[in-house]
Design a protein around this ligand. Structure first.
Ligand code: MTE
Ligand code: MO
Length: 197
């Protein structure tokens, strides 16, 4: 029954930016969310991540640059603010704090802003949140390279925070003096996404 239901609503749920369809029980599985129609595919060859803004050392990273940095992995839940959640997801990649350390944030930097190569989605974290050990630039999710639908080749995983803080199709990390309300935050979500329940 559940599989049949998943088959019927799967294609709809894939394009459900409000997440309301998540109220239909499908088990502990991820939904694919995108606030834009189709997102161009970036491969391991052409992907680039820029680190810029209020830093002494701006940089651009390819996938192999990211893989050459110390890697971290953890097993942690993923929770969308609309109610669905996936327990015990295996994540791997580079701690954001490692990239921040290399970038050397300027004294006045207090926030980190994220952009997506979908051209629309944005997010931000305070610098203190960004330095938490479970906040990472993820190269792997569910024990395998992050798939395109899940925001690959590189997405954020902001552990201990609601899913909307984890920018998919990550293209830029920019240090700034203040957070900028992101895509969902200009539509009502709290800029503080820490899960406190
Ligand atoms: N670029 C982008 N990132 C995004 C989103 C999005 O629509 N576009 N949705 C956010 C929300 S609300 C959630 S719950 C998760 C969903 O991740 P998933 O599609 O891999 O399940 O991605 C977050 N990051
Ligand atoms: Mo979400």
């Amino acid at each position: 029954m559940q599989n049949a239901l998943a088959q019927v609503i799967g294609p709809v749920a894939d394009h459900d930016p409000t997440g309301l369809l998540s109220l239909i029980p499908l088990g502990d599985t991820f939904r694919y969310y995108s606030v834009t129609g189709s997102v161009r595919e970036e491969t391991a060859d052409n992907y680039r991540l820029s680190v810029s803004g209020l830093v002494d050392h701006p940089a651009t990273y390819s996938i192999s640059d990211l893989k050459a940095l110390p890697q971290t992995s953890l097993i942690q839940d993923f929770q969308c603010v609309t109610g669905w959640h996936v327990p015990g997801v295996h994540w791997a990649g580079v701690q954001l704090s490692v990239l921040l350390e290399k970038a050397a944030p300027a004294k006045q930097a207090r926030a980190v802003r994220f952009t997506s190569f979908d051209g629309t989605y944005t997010e931000s974290l305070t610098l203190a949140e960004a330095r938490r050990p479970d906040v990472m630039v993820a190269l792997e999710m569910l024990g395998a390279p992050v798939t395109h639908d899940h925001g690959g080749p590189v997405r954020m995983y902001a552990g201990s925070m609601y899913g909307y803080k984890s920018t998919k199709w990550l293209s830029g990390i920019e240090l700034a003096e203040t957070e900028t309300p992101g895509y969902w935050e200009t539509r009502g979500y709290d800029i503080d996404g820490i899960i406190r329940e």
